[in-house]
Design a protein around this ligand. Structure first.
Ligand code: UDP
Length: 330
C-alpha cells in the first residue's frame, strides 16, 4: 500500500519514545507533521521533525489551539502514562490523562471535522492469557488501571465510529523496543521501568544493578515471556493504518508483535551477546499487574495492513537500543 499525496498528520506525544520515531518517519516520507506534547515525560531534544505545539490533553483550549488553522488528515495518539505499577498506585492520574485526555482529543477532532485516528493501545488489555499466542479475539480482561484505561478508549472509539463516523485503528502493541539505528533518538524514561533499557543501563553504569521481577511464573524458566517489536516496525504500521482507514471505514484493532516469545533470561542472554559480556542481576518479587506471557498473533495486521516487521531478530533489536544507550543525546 502507498500513501498518495502529501498528508498533514498530528502526532500527540511526539516528544516521547514512540512519538519521536513516528514524527521522524512521517517527515522522512515527505508528509507534514505537527507535534502536540506537554513535555511532562517527553524530551524537547527529540523535537527535530515538524512543527511543535506545547499543550496538555487535559486542557481542551490547548487542543483547540492546535486544531485551529490546520486540517489534519489523521491524528496519531502516543500521549499516555504507561507505567503499570504506577497505575495501580495512582489510578486517577491514569484515567484522567489516558481516558479523559483522549476523550478531549476525540471531541476536538470531531468539532474540527478530523475523521481518522490511530490509537496506541496495548497487549495489557488481554490480561492473563488463555491462549499461547494471542489473537485480537482473545478475551479482554486487563489486570491493572493502565490496561483498563486503554481498553476504555478502545470502546469509546467504537462508539465514535458508530455515532460520528470517526474511523480508527487501535494498535495493541506488545513490547516496543529498540531505537532508530542511527542512534540519534531513543528510549529515555525517567525512571526507566522497561526491561531492555534497564539491562543495557546496568551494563553501562556499574552502580546500577539489574532487578528481575519474579522467578516462579508458570513459564519454562520461571520468568515472564514477552514479544519484542521494533519501534520502527510499530511506526510503519501507523502509516499503513492511514491508508487502510481510507478504504475501510469504522474502528479496527490489530495486534503488533513479532509472534515470538522470549523470557527475561533469554533477553538477558541475547543482550549479553550484543554487549560482549554477561550481565549480573538479582531476583526480586514479581511486580503487581504483570502477566506471565504475552505473545502476539499479528497475522491480521500482516494480511490486512500488509505490514511486515523488518526487525525480526531480537539481537538486532537490542543492538539498535544499545547504540542509543551507549551515547544518549537526552
Ligand atoms: N522487568 C524486569 N526488570 C526490569 C524491567 C522489567 O524484570 O528492570 C520485567 C517485567 O517484570 C516484565 C518484563 O520484564 O515481566 C517486561 O517488562 P517491561 O516493563 O519492559 O514491559 P511490560 O511487559 O511490563 O509492558
Amino acid at each position: 500500500m502507498t500513501l498518495n499525496g502529501k498528508l498533514s498528520l498530528l502526532v500527540c506525544g511526539g516528544a516521547g519514545y514512540i512519538g519521536s520515531h513516528m514524527a521522524r518517519m512521517i517527515a522522512e516520507a515527505g508528509h507534514e507533521v505537527t507535534i502536540f506534547d506537554n513535555l511532562s515525560t517527553g524530551h524537547k531534544e527529540a523535537l527535530k521533525w515538524g512543527r511543535f505545539i506545547q499543550g496538555d490533553l487535559r486542557n481542551p483550549a490547548d487542543l483547540d489551539a492546535a486544531f485551529k488553522g490546520t486540517h489534519y488528515d489523521a491524528v496519531f495518539h502516543f500521549s499516555a502514562l504507561i507505567v503499570v505499577s504506577e497505575s495501580v498506585e495512582k489510578p486517577f492520574d491514569y484515567y484522567e490523562n489516558n481516558v479523559t485526555g483522549t476523550l478531549n482529543l476525540l471531541q476536538t477532532m470531531h468539532k474540527h471535522g478530523v475523521k481518522r485516528f490511530v490509537f496506541s493501545s496495548t497487549a495489557a488489555v488481554y490480561g492473563d492469557p488463555v491462549m499461547d499466542i494471542i489473537t485480537e479475539t482473545h478475551p479482554l480482561s486487563p489486570l491493572n488501571p493502565y490496561g483498563r484505561s486503554k481498553l476504555f478508549v478502545e470502546e469509546i472509539l467504537e462508539d465514535y465510529a458508530t455515532a460520528y463516523g470517526m474511523d480508527s485503528v487501535r494498535f495493541r502493541y506488545f513490547n516496543a523496543a529498540g531505537a532508530h539505528p542511527d542512534g540519534t533518538i531513543g528510549e529515555a524514561h525517567n525512571p526507566e521501568t522497561h526491561l531492555i533499557p534497564n539491562i543495557l543501563l546496568s551494563s553501562i553504569d556499574k552502580g546500577r544493578r539489574l532487578k528481575i521481577f519474579g522467578s516462579d511464573y508458570p513459564t519454562p524458566d520461571g520468568t515472564c515471556v514477552r514479544d519484542y517489536v521494533h519501534i520502527l516496525d510499530l511506526c510503519s504500521a501507523h502509516l499503513a493504518a492511514v491508508v487502510y482507514m481510507a478504504q475501510n471505514p469504522g474502528s479496527h484493532c490489530f495486534n503488533l508483535g513479532n509472534g515470538q516469545g522470549f523470557s527475561i533470561l533469554e533477553v538477558l542472554k541475547a543482550a549479553g551477546d550484543v554487549i560482549g559480556h554477561r550481565i549480573e542481576f538479582d531476583f526480586e518479587p514479581a511486580r503487581a499487574g504483570d502477566s506471565p506471557r504475552l505473545v502476539a498473533d499479528s497475522s491480521k495486521a500482516l494480511a490486512e495492513l500488509k505490514w511486515k516487521p523488518r526487525y525480526t531478530d531480537l539481537r538486532e533489536i537490542i543492538e539498535t537500543a544499545y547504540r542509543w544507550h551507549k551515547n544518549p543525546v537526552y
